[in-house]
Design a binder for this molecule. Structure first.
Ligand SMILES: NC(=O)c1ccc[n+]([C@@H]2O[C@H](COP(=O)([O-])OP(=O)(O)OC[C@H]3O[C@@H](n4cnc5c(N)ncnc54)[C@H](O)[C@@H]3O)[C@@H](O)[C@H]2O)c1
Length: 441
């Protein structure tokens, strides 16, 4: 029986998609003693896993190789290798297309391949972030083609992934999991599974409730970042420092949660997931205005930052057309090795034709291929920094010495308040949200 196999950790667990979500998930299960088979269509990733070499920052090769040696994790490109699995978790990408509509083609392709290798008494869990009703309206009909009966010998649930790459405090080990099944038995089985591995599990009444929960979490973040970004543009005009305002508001012990401004939002979740809901909402003649306004504001931030660079250069007597700009940090957030949808890339694209030369430095990214141009990370030496007319801080990695950066720069544009502790050379710093556009300054 599947239930007993889960409870005794004898269940063989499959994970499809060994990326930022799938590989840490596979390791979380293996750490707890489950045997895991990972499937990825990229042969390179599969080979790396089998050699015990991690390509995901939060998983060390030391740990992965230990799990592989113990026979707890193996990987393959062949779906036949998950034929014996009792549980399969789907962790494939859910991007948006050029028109910002959801692209669930990875979920569809995976479900089709999976439906050919299913057996009775198996639990499938979709982890990929997607619009409500995907599990019921898209995945379920495909899996039913296997001939198995849902709720009798096949079980299906949605459980959103909350992993926050780079977060040392909250990892998969201590972040509660939400589960919602197609029926009560599916919910119960998914609950039992995650209880064994993660501990804290919240059951909800349906798969679509679990799907909506994930979107609410990320839309909440997107909307609040947009709100603070909009207020940043106002405080810049009014000569008020938004960072000081937020720090002061955050002393209120209830009813307020600090969000900070920045050069835009990036990564595989915050800029993308809201569009999944706004697209689905239209089917119900519903327009999700908050999502639209937030997207407009956050997507406008790279342009706002680019304009600040141009006017700051002009204000210091440097013609932008002849200026050299050094971008500090290109990943989408601090201390992670992930450039997906990074606002830095957008800002480089915008500034490329407005200044003479644009370069970057980032300890996590050696090289960028952007619109037929290749950029190589420069070493962050005093000599390098001082060659540039402007240093533009976009990603505030914790390894940077901000005193050193300011000391060696002619002009610093700080979009993260990374230089807040710097005492010397403050007159060189133009701080996003620092009241920089006020005539009264
Ligand atoms: N990255 C995050 O921080 C994060 C956090 C929470 C949720 N999510 C969600 O989790 C899902 C996965 O995101 P990710 O960041 O891990 O993506 P990723 O691109 O890092 O990994 C996805 C993997 O799936 C593989 N893949 C694609 N199609 C496949 C197929 N048909 N068969 C087998 N393998 C296939 C890819 O080769 C890739 O290795 C997305 O829906 C995302 O929104 C991501």
């Amino acid at each position: 029986m599947l239930k007993e196999r889960i409870e005794s950790k004898k269940a063989l667990v499959g994970v499809i998609g060994l990326g930022y979500v799938g590989l840490p998930l596979a390791c979380a299960f293996a750490r707890k003693g489950f045997r895991v088979v990972g499937i990825d269509r990229k042969k390179g990733r599969v080979n790396s896993v089998n050699r015990g070499e991690s390509y995901i920052q939060d998983i060390s090769s030391h740990e992965l190789s230990g799990l592989v040696r113990k026979g707890l994790i193996r990987a393959s490109t062949d779906y036949n290798d998950i034929k014996e699995c009792d549980v399969v978790q789907i962790c494939v990408p859910t991007p948006i297309n050029e028109n910002k509509d959801p692209d669930i083609s990875y979920i569809v392709a995976t479900s089709k391949k999976l439906s050919r290798v299913l057996h009775p008494d198996e639990l499938i869990i979709l982890k990929s972030t997607t619009f409500p009703l995907t599990t019921k309206e898209v995945v379920l009909p495909i899996l039913k083609k296997s001939g198995l009966t849902m709720g009798k010998d096949l079980f299906l649930a949605f459980s959103p992934e909350r992993v926050d790459p780079g977060n040392k405090k909250y990892t998969m080990r201590n972040t509660p999991v939400v589960v919602g099944g197609i029926d009560e038995t599916s919910t119960e089985l998914a609950y039992l599974l995650y209880e064994r591995v993660i501990g804290k599990v919240k059951r909800v009444s349906s798969a679509e409730t679990a799907e909506f929960t994930k979107l609410l979490e990320n839309i909440f973040r997107n909307v609040n970042i947009a709100l603070v970004n909009e207020l940043t543009m106002l405080t810049d005009r009014m000569g008020i420092n938004i960072w000081e305002v937020i720090d002061a508001a955050a002393t209120k012990p209830f009813g307020f949660m600090p969000f900070y401004p920045g050069p835009g939002v990036g990564g595989h979740c915050i800029p993308i997931d809201p569009y999944y809901l706004s697209w689905k909402a239209k089917e119900y003649d519903f327009h999700t205005n908050f999502i639209e306004i937030s997207a407009e504001t956050n997507e406008g931030m790279p342009y706002y930052v680019a304009n600040i660079v141009i006017s700051a250069l002009s204000n210091t007597g440097v013609c932008p057309k002849t200026a050299n700009v050094l971008v500090i940090g290109v990943t989408f957030k601090r201390d992670v090795k992930d450039m997906r949808d990074s606002p830095s890339l957008k800002i480089i694209e915008i500034l490329k034709n407005k200044v003479a030369k644009i370069c970057y430095s980032d300890p996590f990214i050696e090289k960028i291929d952007l619109q037929n141009s290749v950029y190589k990370s420069l070493p962050l030496t005093g000599k390098t920094i001082s060659k540039f007319d402007c240093t533009l801080i976009i990603t505030d990695h914790s390894s940077y010495d901000y005193d050193f950066i300011v000391q060696n720069s002619k002009l610093v544009i700080d979009t993260r308040n990374a230089t807040k502790m710097v005492k010397e050379g403050r007159d060189k710093i133009v701080l996003l949200g620092g009241g920089i556009l006020s005539n009264k300054r």
